[in-house]
Design a protein around this ligand. Structure first.
Ligand SMILES: [Zn+2]
Length: 455
């Protein structure tokens, strides 16, 4: 029953491509209210797709965009897998940088080009079509119960998903969650993600005098907010690249030896490849860890933006009345965002010199996530990848944050297998987003192997 390669019958493949193109043509940009109807139409198309597959289908309106759910008839003797995806997409600007219409898919160079091809329409549609194929070939019977939950607000932070899950908790009880919304480290390198970093953001504003001042008349008499911002930022790290906030590392779970060993084998993540990719002479960060360990398994403090004083052409001899910066922290298990934000606030207040006032505004945050890739389900995920790609999967954590994965764990108590199909050159969120058609095929095959393995 196992599919060991990514070849598909001609008619299955042609129908899959047609469905893919139709799905891509909906301008389902969730952040822009001008596209509200397009988002709704895209959800309605998914709804019809699920119905055509014989699934029990329901579209749930939310305060924002609808959630579309399709499920097989529940058999209490079978395990249940929830497959998550999102049908909303990012805006397309800057439009002039696209080589083709973002909403009129084009196939070229073994890839399909358009907004949402990788993030996330191509990835979740592959899983849907794989399930459809399985149903067709087995008289509507699957070895596990499947619940598809496809939302329309991931690109705006999924504001309505967690309340929705809390309200309908029992209906979404499941044994494992499968998500294809992450990446493969390289072509033909099946990748199982088992961890994500969390995030915590804040913004600081430093104020001094009641107006911008002449630096000749007043320089040397008052505090300079731009210098204070620089001082506060430089206080965040010590000379070893460690975050110098008291208590910052208290709850950090150290990397395990098998992880360090595994990560040395991941293609394209060695120092030389990374330097070439990023165009830098040196990779810097926390002492005692490799670059990959720092990104996947260690917390960081970053400055995302900084402002203050004159930015125009030439010089202007002024002491700015205020200056500011936006900071974010990437977190690893078991760090708690609210604790980190409180520690960061205390640190900044303590390091703020006299002569200014410091305002700190706390921003959004999300928990980190980690599951055991060697659990029963983790092994099933690995085996499905191995069979589909005919190659040994690598096990990675991701440096980024997908808060809904932590929400699933918190509300449903269920772990997620991150079976990413994106490649580093897919240009998600950018002009000329594309998806490798080979990976679209692999996705269709992968989900069938996954259902077998999970059963
Ligand atoms: Zn995205």
């Amino acid at each position: 029953m196992h599919q060991t390669n990514n070849t598909l019958p001609e008619d299955v493949w042609n129908n899959a491509l047609e469905d893919f193109k139709t799905h891509l043509r909906f301008k389902s940009i969730s952040t822009d209210s001008a596209y509200k109807q397009d988002v709704a139409d895209c959800g309605a198309w998914l709804h019809a797709k699920f119905e055509s597959m014989g699934l029990e289908t329901q579209t749930y309106p939310t305060a924002g965009h609808p959630i579309v759910v399709g499920r097989t008839k529940a058999d209490p003797n079978k395990k249940t897998v929830l497959i998550y995806g999102h049908y909303d997409v990012q805006p397309v600007d800057p439009l002039h940088l696209w080589h083709s219409d973002p909403f009129e898919p084009v196939i070229k160079d073994g890839k399909i080009w358009g907004r949402g091809t990788t993030d996330n329409k191509g990835q979740h549609l592959a899983l849907i079509l794989g399930v459809e194929k399985y149903l067709n070939e087995h008289e509507g019977e699957l070895p596990v119960n499947v619940i598809f939950l496809i939302e329309g607000e991931e690109e705006i932070g999924s504001p309505n998903l967690k309340p929705f899950l809390e309200k309908h908790k029992e209906q979404f009880a499941c044994d494992i969650i499968a998500v294809s919304d992450t990446g493969m480290v390289a072509r033909n390198t099946p990748t199982l993600g088992y961890g994500l970093r969390g995030i915590a953001c804040l913004e600081i504003t430093v104020n001094a005098a009641n107006a911008d001042l002449h630096s000749g008349l007043y320089g040397g008499m008052v505090a300079n907010p731009a210098q204070v911002v620089a001082k506060l930022i430089s206080s965040l790290h010590d000379s070893n690249g460690k975050v110098a906030i008291d208590g910052f590392y208290d709850d950090v779970v150290e990397l395990e030896t098998w992880e360090k060993d595994m990560w040395t084998t991941v293609p394209d993540m060695d120092d030389t490849s990374l330097k070439t990719l990023l165009g830098v002479d040196e990779l810097v960060g926390e002492a005692g860890y490799t670059p990959v360990e720092r990104v996947w398994g260690r917390p960081t403090a970053e400055v995302n933006g900084i402002y203050g004083g004159y930015q125009g052409e030439g010089s202007k001899t002024v002491i700015p009345a205020n200056a500011g910066a936006k900071l974010s922290f990437r977190l690893v298990p078991q760090m708690q965002p609210d604790i980190i934000l409180a520690q960061a606030k205390a640190h900044l207040e303590q390091h703020c010199p006299a002569g200014v006032t410091l305002d700190i505004e706390l921003g959004h945050s999300g928990n980190s996530y980690m599951c055991d890739p060697h659990s029963e389900f983790g092994k099933a995920g690995q085996e499905a990848l191995r069979k589909t790609f005919n190659a040994e999967p690598v096990l990675i954590r991701e440096g980024g944050s997908i808060p809904i994965i932590a929400d699933f764990k918190e509300v449903l108590g269920t772990d997620s297998l991150l079976l990413g199909l994106a490649l580093p050159d897919c240009q998600i969120h950018s002009p000329n987003e594309n998806f490798h058609l080979a990976n679209f095929r692999y996705g269709i095959v992968l989900v069938q192997n996954l259902l077998d393995e999970l059963a």
